[in-house]
Design a protein around this ligand. Structure first.
Ligand code: ZN
Length: 678
């Protein structure tokens, strides 16, 4: 089935190289994708994802320790192997590291995570202090005191509290309060009644029963059911994921008095006093949730709350406990919920622990060795190319008024970017990290991080801050900072390869850059202005025209069904889909601009444009377990990988033209279906 022939492409005319190649050096390195990954039994116009990737899928089954496998997880694994070597180097080095030095902290946290003998020896004792706090809950008063401690010490609680930029004033920090408190990934998991969902609910209840039984609780089955029922009630008050995407719904500024009126059982003045913060107002993401939580605080008995917090504590620290706890937890969350059959080796799980809380420091270790300034300048160039193309496309856009266009261009010009790793590193030196205290380390880091955020209230916003470690294989757009960020972790093959052909780099990291730019103008990002403030800068008519187009995206993706009975949620995924369509369009045209300066020719039978689309398909080269796909469509705002290729390319007339597709081909859609926004 794997063929290296690319005859199917030969009908397409090659792009003629232009003359002024003295302007820039022609970059035609190696191809950037493997011909053996192609399966030409698929036509690119019928199923481009399979055409580009089926050969790879055949040769690369999903490993038993993974729920999905492909470009992203493979690069994550490669970065983790590099980190492992660096971390082991720290342990083996003769160099003395003093307490509080960042390398000492990384070394000792990693050591504590790797020391399985110590973890087994301690059993559940590192959690005794938390359990003792929970046991003090006997009535509403003591429940309120527990919640107060839980806020400060970052213990499990049915609401979240965090400090972030005020969405309507990007120059100030605000305190946010949000819904939380579930053990299953989303509210819908408690209410869906199809066969797979019922099986998950049953297996989850069995997990709770087993864990209570392992803790020698009396009537484990009964208390598991009570905890499950409480979670289900909490879930019933949760705002669904679709509404959570609407920034205007989740921005509810309340005075402390108004907050207290929503949930009077909880003494907020006392909590803020205890935390040492002075706030006049907070932003409540889901006010109705707090009203619902108030009724649960009043109507649920103290013993059910105690059991609920006990389970939530075990859940929060599940991977920090002796193996019998880890294994029981994995049997549900890994095997049942994600379709993974074997646990990852301890070193990988240890790096994941460092990622929670010490991600920046881990990125520092990575970036020290694995990032070059040459990569930074190449990517900067691509960012500016894409910005220029976006500007032209906004100017030529036919559905926006001149007024909104002008403001959109202002916003585009104001976009900032960060590439590689932060200029400044956070000083964590006063967090005590010990080589023999895994759970203590984790708790001290969480408490420190929370206190650090609280201390920012009332101070100017630190615009140099990164929200992702430098080793992470991902990128982001921050609406409040109006900024796109590309960590060193993703600036590697197959996303970016300085030695590869430019076409695949534009299709790879170029598409990723275009995707992040487009987030600034998707259904959420467009509501923030050039200063990063949530404000209505669109005319009503332009807003309406945007929404009409977005609706086409919602409808088109909403018809896709990766698993029987489980459809892509067109509304939940619209922002990511808009970003994919816009991102690939921008990358395509930026590449056209680029080759108009440098020239380009056909390589191995592929035209430059075909190689660009192959670059995009390579980025999304992956496959996943059914359980993963089911979870993905219920909870993830990103569409499954095959649609990020096929649905995206079918939206681009440039794709059909590049591969010579005809109107009869499956990936060629009608003009009514086409949802080109940018
Ligand atoms: Zn995105």
């Amino acid at each position: 089935m794997i063929k290296n022939t690319i005859k199917v492409l030969s009908a397409v005319t090659a792009f003629a190289a232009c003359q002024n190649s003295d302007v820039e050096k022609v970059m035609e390195g190696h191809l950037g994708f493997e011909l053996s990954h192609i399966d030409s039994s698929f036509s690119p116009c019928e199923d481009f994802f399979m055409f580009a990737n089926a050969g790879w899928m055949q040769e690369n089954p999903i490993p038993s320790t993974e729920a999905r496998w492909g470009s992203f997880p493979i690069l994550v694994q490669e970065n983790n192997i590099k980190l492992k070597t660096l971390l082991e180097g720290l342990s083996q080095s003769d160099k003395k590291l003093s307490k509080g030095e960042w390398k000492q902290q990384l070394r000792d946290y990693y050591t504590s995570a790797m020391d399985s003998a110590k973890v087994e020896e301690l059993g559940l004792t590192p959690l005794d202090e938390i359990f003792a706090t929970i046991q003090k809950i006997t009535d509403k008063q003591t429940l309120s005191s527990y919640l107060q401690t839980a806020v400060k010490e970052q213990l499990p609680k049915p609401f979240g509290m965090y400090v972030s930029t005020d969405s309507k004033n990007s120059e100030a920090y605000a305190l946010y309060i949000s819904q939380s408190g579930l053990g299953l990934p989303d509210r819908d998991y408690y209410f869906k009644d199809d066969e797979a969902s019922l099986a998950i609910q049953k297996a989850y209840l069995e997990l709770l029963t087993d864990l209570f039984s392992m803790m020698n609780k009396e009537n484990p089955k009964e208390i598991a059911q009570q905890v499950y029922d409480l979670e289900k009630s909490i879930a019933g008050f949760h705002m669904n994921r679709r509404d959570q995407r609407k920034p205007e719904l989740t921005y509810n500024k309340k005075t402390v008095e108004e907050l207290s009126a929503l949930i009077p059982s909880f003494d907020w003045q006392l909590v803020f006093g205890d935390l040492g913060v002075k706030v006049d107002s907070v932003i409540v993401r889901q006010p109705e949730y707090l009203v619902g939580l108030e009724s649960l605080l009043n109507n649920t008995s103290a013993d059910v709350w105690r059991n609920y917090f006990t389970w939530q504590t075990i859940n929060q620290f599940s991977d920090y406990l002796p193996s019998k706890w880890v294994e029981r937890h994995f049997a549900f969350y890994g095997v049942h919920l994600s379709g993974i059959t074997e646990m990852k080796p301890r070193w990988k799980r240890s790096i994941e622990k460092l990622n929670g809380g010490f991600s920046e420091t881990l990125g520092r270790l990575f970036a020290e060795t694995y990032f070059s300034s040459e990569s930074r300048s190449r990517v900067e160039k691509m960012v500016e190319d894409i910005r220029a193309v976006y500007r032209e496309r906004i100017e030529e856009n036919t559905w926006m008024s001149d007024r909104t266009k002008k403001l959109a261009i202002e916003k585009l010009n104001a976009f900032k970017y960060k590439i590689g790793y932060p200029d400044n590193w956070t000083d964590y030196s006063n967090i005590a990290i010990a080589a023999d205290d895994l759970i203590g380390n984790r708790r001290r880091i969480s408490a420190w991080q929370f206190a650090d955020r609280l201390a920012r209230l009332g101070k100017p916003v630190d615009k140099t801050e990164w929200f992702m470690g430098a080793h992470i294989v991902n990128a982001y757009y921050s609406p409040s900072f109006n900024e796109i960020v590309f960590p060193a972790g993703i600036l590697q093959p197959p996303f970016f390869d300085p030695t590869a052909d430019d076409a695949v780099n534009y299709g790879g990291i170029g598409g990723v850059i275009g995707h992040e730019f487009t987030h600034g103008f998707d259904d959420q990002g467009r509501k923030y202005n050039s200063f990063g403030n949530l404000t209505g800068w669109w005319t009503e008519e332009d807003s309406l025209r945007f929404s009409e187009r977005a609706q086409r995206v919602i409808d088109f993706y909403g018809r896709l069904e990766p698993i029987d009975g489980y459809f892509v949620d067109g509304e939940l995924t619209q922002g990511e889909n808009i970003a994919d369509i816009g991102g690939l369009t921008l990358a395509y045209h930026a590449y056209q601009k680029h080759i108009s300066r440098t020239g380009a020719r056909t390589i191995d039978g592929f035209t430059p444009e075909q190689r660009l689309f192959m670059g995009w398909a390579k980025v999304w080269q992956s496959h996943a377990t059914d359980a993963y796909l089911r979870k993905q469509v219920l909870t993830d705002p990103h569409s499954p990988a095959m649609y990020r290729v096929n649905a995206t390319v079918s939206m681009l007339p440039e794709f059909a033209e590049t591969f010579g597709c005809t109107p009869q081909d499956p990936l060629v859609i009608t003009e009514e279906e086409r949802a080109l926004i940018w």
